[in-house]
Design a protein around this ligand. Structure first.
Ligand SMILES: Cc1cc2nc3c(=O)[nH]c(=O)nc-3n(C[C@H](O)[C@H](O)[C@H](O)COP(=O)(O)OP(=O)(O)OC[C@H]3O[C@@H](n4cnc5c(N)ncnc54)[C@H](O)[C@@H]3O)c2cc1C
Length: 268
């Protein structure tokens, strides 16, 4: 159906984003293609190098999976802080990605983990890096004839410090004001590898590659920290909206970044 009438049908997974828009009259008339019954899009599979999540994997399933809990705790934490239990039972990781909200909670973790996406159509399947998938506000590299089918995570998190933090109005049922995911390794107190991503600081979930470059290879002394904070302040572009102000978001982003750096300097 997607192939023969591209754009005419909108995939409907858990419906937790779509139903809100539909009820509010904010969706133009669409034909909905219910993909909830496609068991091929479910399940979490592991091999030696990767973990593969079907696009219909729910937040509840993510939190319950032993390998995700052991190796990808930031994704589990994002899942546990998404909505409330009803949303976690019904909302899917694929829906979170394609809904493309810059305030969504899973994307920063997925960016820090270097996730890849499988996009499938009648023409076949292609894998692309998640970093770069969102090209502008609610714009992405998904063609109208494609479904997001799987999400792949490299199993390279062992011995890496992982730090995830969502700042919202409440502990549950609150969209993020700011969301942070960071992962790092050090070698003789020098930052060896570092990945940093934020939600709600730009039109897209943002991987902060310039801030990462400012940190890589550095000993975290006062000068290095000041340069990295400066890089972060220049890289993010927070805005004023109904949930928060630009100034608050900038300050909280720097605070979360400081927390991350202090954990790198003195891992618990
Ligand atoms: C009360 C409430 C609280 C919420 N709290 C949070 C929160 O704290 N954090 C957060 O990040 N989100 C939150 N959300 C948003 C929502 O629950 C998530 O974004 C969820 O992951 C969406 O998944 P879904 O399966 O319900 O998507 P759907 O609503 O079914 O679809 C969302 C979009 O993705 C497309 N789509 C879905 N699956 C695919 C696929 N496989 N291939 C191609 N396109 C697809 C749909 O066409 C649609 O455009 C909340 C929503 C509600 C109603």
């Amino acid at each position: 159906m997607l192939a023969t009438e591209p754009g005419a049908w909108k995939p409907f997974a858990g419906g937790t984003d779509l139903m809100v828009l539909l009820e509010a009259g904010k969706l133009p008339h669409q034909n909905y293609l219910n993909i909830w019954g496609l068991d091929e899009l479910r399940g979490i599979e592991a091999n030696d190098t990767h973990l593969m999540l079907g696009a219909l994997t729910t937040y509840t399933q993510i939190q319950a999976h032993p390998i995700l809990r052991a190796e990808f705790p930031m994704l589990c934490q994002a899942a546990s802080e998404t909505g409330g239990l009803a949303i976690q039972n019904r909302g899917t990781i694929g829906g979170n990605i394609v809904n493309a909200s810059p305030a969504a909670d899973s994307p920063p973790a997925l960016l820090a983990y270097d996730a890849e996406l499988e996009l499938s159509s009648r023409a076949g399947a292609r894998w692309i890096p998640y970093h770069g998938f969102h090209t502008g506000y609610k714009q992405m590299l998904l063609r109208p004839d494609e479904l997001l089918t799987r999400i792949r995570l490299p199993r390279q998190t062992r011995n890496k410090l992982q730090h995830y933090r969502k700042v919202g109005t409440r502990k549950a049922q609150a969209i993020s004001k700011i969301c942070f995911a960071g992962m790092a390794t050090t070698n003789n107190s020098t930052v060896a590898d570092v990945r940093i991503a934020f939600g709600s600081v730009a039109p897209v979930p943002l991987r902060c590659v310039k801030t990462e470059s400012a940190l890589r290879g550095q000993q975290l002394d006062a000068n290095a920290i000041a340069s990295a904070r400066q890089a972060l302040a220049e890289e993010i572009v927070p805005i004023d909206d109904i949930r928060s102000t630009k100034n608050y978001r900038l300050q909280v982003s720097l605070n979360l970044f400081d927390d991350f750096l202090s954990r790198i300097s003195s891992p618990a």
